[in-house]
Write a protein that binds this ligand. Structure first.
Ligand code: PNS
Length: 169
């Protein structure tokens, strides 16, 4: 395979559900934005999962959180990630990996995506260890059961969660 010049500015995608975006996601976005020339945070549409936030709400939250990162844009995508990667001519797909339990599914996705589109390489970043136990799923569970979620999410997300609770009451 041909090697790109070392100074090539990488076009990166950071895909995910981001329901809701967490401090761990934000940590990966910040790390990724320092590595890549441009980074698109891509929110998956049409997920099978029953979301708490709509896709436009998630896009808006991530835009607010990344306002100060000039090379970061936020978008939504549907269909295959590799098709979206082709549209953006992305060099890399970024994924955050926490514990070893993430590895198996991430390996499977990375290998499938590489088979489907060899031009785009998956790159794993480790979030800061203080974020290693945070997941959107657990945050939603804590939130629904009335627990305190503010240590795990950026404050605009905590406010949106509180507003959701208010509107549900
Ligand atoms: O935040 P998540 O839910 O772990 O992100 C999963 C995501 C969005 C990266 C994955 O579900 C995905 O890429 N979905 C798009 C459909 C697709 O391309 N599926 C095949 C991937 S192997």
């Amino acid at each position: 395979m041909a090697h790109p010049p070392a100074a090539k500015r990488l076009v990166a995608i950071y895909p995910g559900s981001f329901d809701p975006p967490t401090n761990g996601h934000l940590d990966i976005i910040e790390r990724g934005s320092r590595l890549a020339g441009s980074l698109t945070v891509a929110v998956l549409q049409n997920s099978q999962k029953q979301p708490l936030f709509t896709v436009p709400e998630r896009v808006e939250m991530i835009r607010e959180l990344t306002r100060d990162l000039p090379n970061v844009t936020v978008d939504a995508f549907s269909g295959l990630l590799v098709d979206y990667a082709a549209k953006l001519q992305a060099d890399i797909i970024l994924r955050g990996i926490r514990a070893i339990s993430d590895y198996e599914i991430e390996l499977q996705m990375a290998l499938v995506n590489r088979r489907l589109r060899p031009q785009t390489e998956t790159v794993f970043l480790m979030a800061g260890e203080e974020f290693s136990f945070i997941s959107s799923r657990l945050i939603k569970e804590i939130f629904k059961l009335g627990g305190e979620i503010s240590p795990f999410v950026p404050s605009p997300v905590a406010r949106r969660l509180a507003a959701k609770l208010g509107s549900a009451e």
